[in-house]
Design a binder for this molecule. Structure first.
Ligand SMILES: Cc1cc2nc3c(=O)[nH]c(=O)nc-3n(C[C@H](O)[C@H](O)[C@H](O)COP(=O)(O)OP(=O)(O)OC[C@H]3O[C@@H](n4cnc5c(N)ncnc54)[C@H](O)[C@@H]3O)c2cc1C
Length: 368
């Protein structure tokens, strides 16, 4: 069977809050975006609609005073993107060639060429892989088990209850400290006898009277009932191998996040954890015409509203780029679709053939 080739001006990878917001903006700008998302796949941890599809109540997305279920919120995003003419395609992008424009994306039995690419492929929380951790109805995920304290900590189910945070890095310390605002007590369960977290984060956690550490210990299983949610965990001491049941009302897994950027390795600049590096003043990556938004370029905030915000920025950046206007690059330069580079001090333009010309309005001779 011949491989189908599609050609577009704007292609977006990912249908989480970032990708769908980029789609809403670029569709309203008449750019006819193509939004690609991966089919559901447990191994690759992909769900059309992104991470919010695996949560229940979202209480902090502005505009929903009474809160909204994660899947319902994403359905609203999707309908809004559809309303303005977004084209949707379900395929796993397995390879990209960003060496020249149009960029080439390789999906299942089809090739997509695009003038601009918005990467919104998100991140995946790392899980322990233990019984009881999976999403409801297979486990207690969304019913007492979470990977996001900022998102779920304030929910009534966790208030004034004893909670466990699993992990020993900065994220675990941050989540434990945050949860002490709501929980009656927070137990940090860590596999070793010392933390990986930075000194300042450790000191803050050690000083917090509501936090207690359970060292050299692994969580083996999460226990509970569908009605009550999580009621206990089975802990194993890794030195003595002794096991015991520990009553608890919630488990926050804080062993890290993995940005979905494997696909872009050796093409897009990334930090040491694999998050894409963007300009800061724009969502531009190191390749002119490729923009990144959402959790894939944000290891700090990781919220639906920040993902949506940068999705909006990416769409506006792509639109500017297609309109032949300069876009700020991570290098500090600004670049146009023709390949002109404006120096960081804005004093000069370097043309695609290497000539440098002043970036000043031409002086018009004044007539007497
Ligand atoms: C359990 C949980 C609860 C949360 N609760 C809240 C909350 O209450 N409030 C809040 O603000 N935030 C919450 N968050 C965080 C929020 O979900 C994320 O910040 C947000 O979803 C990030 O959006 P995104 O668009 O960047 O990426 P994602 O939502 O991660 O979406 C990325 C999409 O890209 C797709 N994709 C990846 N690689 C490929 C590929 N190669 N080809 C095709 N498609 C690909 C994936 O299938 C996925 O659909 C929660 C997160 C979790 C895990």
């Amino acid at each position: 069977m011949a491989t189908q080739t599609l050609k577009r001006d704007v292609v977006i990878i990912g249908s989480g809050p970032a990708g769908l917001t980029a789609a809403i903006y670029s569709a309203r700008a008449s750019l006819k975006p193509l939004l690609i998302d991966a089919p559901p796949d447990a191994e690759k941890q992909t769900t059309p609609g992104g991470q919010l599809m695996i949560t229940t109540e979202v209480e902090n997305y502005p505009g929903f005073a009474k809160g909204i279920q994660g899947p319902e919120l994403m359905e609203e995003f999707r309908k809004q993107a559809e309303r303005f003419g977004t084209e949707f395609l379900e395929t796993w992008i397995r390879e990209v060639d960003l060496s020249e424009r149009p960029f080439t994306l390789y999906g299942d039995d089809l090739v997509i060429k695009t003038e601009t690419l918005i990467v919104a492929s998100g991140a995946s929380a790392q899980w322990l892989g233990i019984p009881g951790e999976a999403k409801v109805p297979h486990g207690f995920g969304g019913n007492g088990v979470s990977a996001c304290a900022t998102c779920d900590g304030p929910l009534p189910a966790f208030r004034n209850k004893p909670l466990i945070v699993v992990g020993g890095g900065d994220t675990a310390m941050e989540e434990a400290t945050f949860l002490t605002r709501y929980a009656s007590r927070v137990y940090v369960v860590h596999r070793r006898d010392k933390l990986r977290a930075s000194k300042i984060m450790q000191d803050k956690a050690f000083r917090n009277e509501k936090i207690e550490f359970i060292w050299n210990t692994a969580v083996e299983e999460i226990l509970g009932t569908p009605e009550e949610g999580v009621t206990a965990v089975r802990l194993r001491n890794l030195h003595t191998t002794a096991e015991h049941t520990f009553p608890i009302s919630g488990v926050f897994v804080a062993i890290g996040h993995k940005p979905n950027t494997q696909l872009f390795r050796d093409q897009l600049d990334m930090d040491e954890k694999g998050y894409l590096i963007t300009s800061g003043k724009s969502t531009a990556t190191n390749i002119p015409g490729v923009f990144a938004s959402g959790d894939v370029q944000d290891s700090v905030y990781r919220q639906a509203v920040t993902a949506a915000g940068t999705g909006c920025m990416a769409a506006i950046d792509a639109e500017r780029f297609l309109d032949h206007l300069p876009v700020a690059m991570p290098s500090g330069e600004e670049v146009t679709i023709e390949g002109e580079h404006i120096t960081p001090d804005h004093e000069a333009i370097i043309t695609p053939d290497g000539h440098m010309i002043p970036n000043k309005p031409e002086l018009v001779a004044q007539e007497d």
